[in-house]
Design a protein around this ligand. Sequence first.
Ligand SMILES: [Zn+2]
Length: 202
Amino acid sequence: MSLDMAVSAKHFKHVGTPHSELVHHGQCCQLAQRWLLDMHRSMSFHRSENQELHAPLWLRHKFKWGPVQWPLSWCEAVRKKQIDCGVFAAFAREILSEQDVDVFPAQIMLAQPKTYVHQWNLKWANVFQHIQWIGDDHVYHEVCAVAKKGQPNLRIFDPTEGIWIESNFTHGINGVVGVNVISQTIMQWGSHPVGQGKWVLA
Ligand SMILES: [Zn+2]
């Protein structure tokens, strides 16, 4: 099968899309954040004691992936059965920020064969206009980037899938073909300088 994945910068329509932020009303949303952090503590408790970082792998078991209506608040989001990658990423940032690391919003592009993209378009058509995340031969995805405090070397965690992403551009289906880390300074992702809200493309 020809995957037909000639990815070029000009048709990356998501360049410039801001990452998703949940609305914070005040006390109701503070309680929602506290619930999330308490859930994480409880879900991480029985996992290995000595890990320096507890990524929220449980999120993908608790929430299904699906469209939500934006804008969305914390107190609404935690009650959803399904959430999109923007909500997964916001949850993960909140959880990881409690730990001894620097956490940044991050966006990636994943290569998709055009046949898949066609399927996505059919499946997501007219669902809250969420079709914007689907490109010609790639999809837009929100994740989060983590570094040891004050250190430049980033790792990228994908809370929707519950996995750490390899620190390099990769080929094939779901290969990472673009990265944007929203950090104040230039960071290092594998061999690539990234950060300051600038897309780096494969
Ligand atoms: Zn609220």
